[in-house]
Design a protein around this ligand. Sequence first.
Ligand SMILES: Nc1ncnc2c1ncn2[C@@H]1O[C@H](COP(=O)(O)OP(=O)(O)OP(=O)(O)O)[C@@H](O)[C@H]1O
Ligand SMILES: [Mg+2]
Length: 262
Amino acid sequence: MGELIVLKLGGSVITKKSENKMEVDLENLQRLCRDIAEIQKKIKCNFVVVHGAGPFGHVLAEKYRLTEGMKGKESVKGMCETHASMEKLNAIVVEELNKAGLNAMAFQPSTGVMKNRRLISFPIESLKDLIALGITPVGYGDVLVDLETGLNILSGDHLVPYLAVKLKASRIVIATDVSGIFDGDPKRDKNAKLVKEITKENFGKIEVSGSRGVDVTGGMKRKVLELLEVASHGVTSQVVSGIKPGELKSALLGREVGTIIH
Ligand SMILES: Nc1ncnc2c1ncn2[C@@H]1O[C@H](COP(=O)(O)OP(=O)(O)OP(=O)(O)O)[C@@H](O)[C@H]1O
Ligand SMILES: [Mg+2]
């Protein structure tokens, strides 16, 4: 068995997040699926794929104010609606990965339990068994029971480092709609410069904010904080563009593109 890579496909890449439309960006998704299948053949690695939400999750989560936790019947309804919407997106991602030649299978992150926005348990053994069969498990940002707040959103950006540590992955690769992490939001500031390397030492000097689209889980800032934490467990992450053709492939082949967090 080759190395295990935990890969996040950002909702900003695979959906029409910037237009706030609950639609899949099939062109991006299919290109990325082909790239992932090609790399798996080439370097014989295993993947766990986690995809983001875009409007499929963020819009409903905002509508039902799910980040505020359990507020009664409406929250329960919102939890189910948001989960169902993410399942629809997940089914499309799994289908496209399989069409591209992988053996992909969905897993439901809502089988885990959180406490104060952090996962405290997850059925990790079943993922290990799937990976041992050469299957690519495909999960997503989901809504979970939270022992402190009743319910909560599990961001894909939290799930990715959690799985990487528990599954002893060799690295994390995150595909989003910008070419890495810049010293300011590149969508607001044209002069923002790419930061090629982030460590605990230089993080304080970088202006990282949320997302321009609707994003209830903290956008890019949360991503970097989560990835810095996982770096202390020895897992290196790379944030690259999933929109620029070839960039994800380069990262998977180990080339220094985008931002490396270690
Ligand atoms: N310093 C920064 N460098 C790069 N991007 C930044 C920075 N600050 C803010 N951003 C914003 O972060 C966005 C990417 O985060 P976002 O959460 O929207 O994407 P995603 O995680 O791929 O989507 P989803 O949450 O739906 O999975 C970029 O579009 C950019 O506008
Ligand atoms: Mg996000």
